[in-house]
Design a protein around this ligand. Structure first.
Ligand code: 13P
Length: 262
């Protein structure tokens, strides 16, 4: 983390889990375990139908809610799609794009990720852009090359002032939902590389302003070591964000001044 230059962000990705009726009890339980002072931006990225319930439950500036995907289109005859202005209208402040599950199961391309990020920025929503290599790519030594390519493709044509508003999440595919976390060194190495790609595309000031998160089996036990890395500015959490106690523990991991919880 580096609080001097950029925001620390802990974002939960609920994926396709929970019902609208479960949001309020979750938020109430989570609130009771949050650090006394705001130590990070905390976001719950929920399925679309849960957004109104999240908006109602989260009447508190210490929490925000987000979505998990957005259409490449802004309006029109696109059955089943949800456009960025619709999310903005519901008060959504963050939206995940390019998650590996969407790339894999819904044929989301790098060009689509780029368009989605631009649509979100135009609607005043912060894109959380996911990148990350497969196990095969890692074993072949292609991690950096592939992640560099994904970052460049996702940010193509986005101006420096807007890139500063984006969040990048490094999620190695082999670590998602597998319980197999990247080591803090592996995660830092790639997050540092992502920052250097941004520096190359823009400049040092822009690169140091972008929050880069790690995601992939981050949990209450391994979060401290990951969050201690200089280029890891938070986490995108799947499984552990479904349990208030575990999610709260990760949030408390950003509150260095709150040792009471440890
Ligand atoms: P897990 O934390 O369940 O591995 O999921 C990570 C993820 O995909 C977050 O977007």
């Amino acid at each position: 983390m580096n609080r001097k230059y950029r925001k620390t962000v802990i974002a939960g990705n609920w994926k396709m889990n929970k019902l609208a009726s479960e949001v309020k009890p979750f938020v109430e339980e989570l609130r009771g375990m949050m650090p006394k002072t705001k130590s990070c931006e905390t976001v719950l990225c929920v399925p679309y139908p849960l957004i109104p319930a999240a908006s109602k439950a989260i009447r508190d500036s210490r929490l925000a809610y987000g979505a998990q995907d957005v259409s490449v289109h802004d309006s029109g005859a696109y059955t089943g799609e949800v456009a960025a202005p619709m999310l903005a209208d519901l008060g959504v402040k963050y939206c995940i794009v390019g998650h590996s599950e969407r790339r894999e199961y819904h044929a989301e391309t790098d060009a689509m990720v780029n368009t989605k990020a631009k649509n979100l920025l135009a609607a005043g929503i912060t894109p959380i852009i996911c990148v990350g290599e497969s196990l095969d790519q890692r074993e072949k030594g292609l991690t950096m090359e592939y992640v560099d390519y994904q970052v460049k493709a996702a940010l193509a044509g986005i101006e420096a002032k807007d890139v500063k508003k984006c969040i990048i999440a490094y999620e190695p595919i082999w670590a998602i939902g597998t319980g197999r976390t990247a080591t803090a060194e592996q995660a830092e190495e790639v997050c540092c590389e992502i920052r250097s790609v941004i520096r190359g595309m823009y400049d040092a000031r822009t690169a140091r302003a972008v929050s880069i998160l790690y995601g992939g089996s981050m949990n209450a036990k391994n979060c401290d070591e990951l969050l201690a890395q200089p280029d890891i500015d938070g986490g995108l959490i799947g499984g552990a964000s479904l349990k208030p106690q575990d999610f709260a523990r990760i949030i408390c991991g950003t509150a260095l001044e709150e040792p009471w919880i440890r």
